[in-house]
Design a protein around this ligand. Structure first.
Ligand code: SAH
Length: 351
């Protein structure tokens, strides 16, 4: 158990079985509603505080904290108990405050243009390690209230399904974040989307599409070979039908790769039957992928083309670019010796 937040209320009750019955609820609320460490729970006897400080560890050690965008963006790198590193990004906007959390240390999906994908997979995060990122961000956000959580940091959330969903339920219940304020982003792990469709808790679903053409998508996101666009569309349709949540597609615009008028037409045809919203973002630079992001004129033209085709579009701001905190830049120098994914990235560019 690396984190205090790996324990459910029942587990806490078992840990505190020698204490009065109300203690477990008190500590649980202190952790979740108060976002407090045991030593800050002054309502507890000192003896118990000291004991719990040890028994309920914090999983995240801050390795670095950097800010950008006029201090509106904060990125943390955390070292975990086993030495793995993950990153978390807090973004303050005029009307919302969003944290982008990691679900794995590294990632096995090997998307060619993504720094995390280039670094390879290290391990799944535990439920507590996922929740603690939100707790750290919520504390740092004060006096603002944290309003949104997006699972768009390092890793593929749906490849770590059970731990992720346990975290989602805890964020939604004890941490008080409504399901509409939680967004899971997936590269298109179809079995995961199907499981999510059957959950009683319906969160927002974002799919990192990047191409609506199987040949191109195979190169950008290798998972497409296993779950091609047709299969992905069926899973998305079932999700929208069951949950009535808005589906969105993420599209990192890459110069000459997926930003042509043909791409507009393919994306519009793909998104329209699903009533999906499209989030456009110019590709952020990463070390292992030499193709550039589309320039702002191209981005605007692409967005206008989609709008003409009746698709709703948002052009995302590239928060945190100068601190390598923007989409796809989270790498945290994960110390793994995977070279195959980086090589795949290079191969993909040469084709
Ligand atoms: N594995 C999940 C969660 C990661 S979310 C997923 O794929 O959705 C991170 C988002 O940033 C994804 O939409 C991803 O495709 C996108 N991304 C990755 N590399 C990027 C880059 N270099 N520039 C812009 N967006 C990128």
């Amino acid at each position: 158990m690396p984190s205090a937040y790996d324990l459910e209320l029942d587990d806490l009750a078992a840990l505190l079985s020698d204490e009065p019955a109300y203690r477990s609820r008190q500590v649980f609320d202190g952790l979740h509603e108060g976002l407090r460490r045991p030593h800050e729970m002054t309502e507890l006897p000192t003896r118990l505080r000291d004991q719990l400080e040890e028994a309920l560890p914090s999983a995240l050690r801050v390795a670095s904290e950097v800010t950008a965008d006029d201090r509106m963006t904060t990125k943390w790198a955390f070292t975990l108990a086993d030495g793995a590193t993950i990153e978390t990004v807090l973004m303050r906007y005029p009307r919302r405050t969003t944290v982008c959390v990691s679900s794995q240390a590294g990632c096995a999906m090997a998307c060619s243009f993504c720094a995390t994908g280039q670094s390879g997979f290290r391990r799944h995060l535990t439920t507590g390690e996922i929740i603690e990122q939100v707790v750290v961000a919520a504390r740092a956000a004060a006096p603002r209230r944290l309003t949104n959580v997006v699972f768009m940091g390092m890793g593929e959330p749906l490849a770590n399904y059970d731990r992720l969903m346990a975290a989602v339920r805890r964020l939604n219940g004890p941490l008080g974040l409504g399901a509409r304020r939680l967004t899971i982003s997936t590269v298109g792990v179809v079995p995961g989307i199907k499981r999510l469709t059957a959950e009683p808790l319906a969160v927002n679903l974002a799919v990192s599409l990047h191409s609506a053409n199987d040949r191109t998508r195979d190169q950008l996101a290798p998972i497409n070979k296993r779950y091609p666009l047709g299969v992905l569309a069926e899973a998305c349709e079932a999700y929208v039908e069951a949950t009535h949540r808005r589906l969105s597609f993420e599209w990192a615009l890459i110069d000459g790769v997926n930003d042509t008028s043909r791409d507009v037409a393919e994306l519009a045809a793909y998104a329209r039957p699903l009533a999906a919203h499209v989030n456009l973002i110019p590709l952020n630079p990463t070390p292992g992928y030499l193709v550039r992001g589309s320039n702002s004129a191209k981005v605007a033209e692409f967005a206008a083309g989609l709008e003409d085709a009746g698709i709703t579009v948002t052009v995302r701001s590239t928060r945190g670019r100068e601190i390598d905190a923007a989409c796809g830049q989270l790498a945290a120098r994960v110390p793994v010796e995977v070279t195959t994914t980086a090589k795949k990235g290079r191969d993909a560019q040469q084709r």
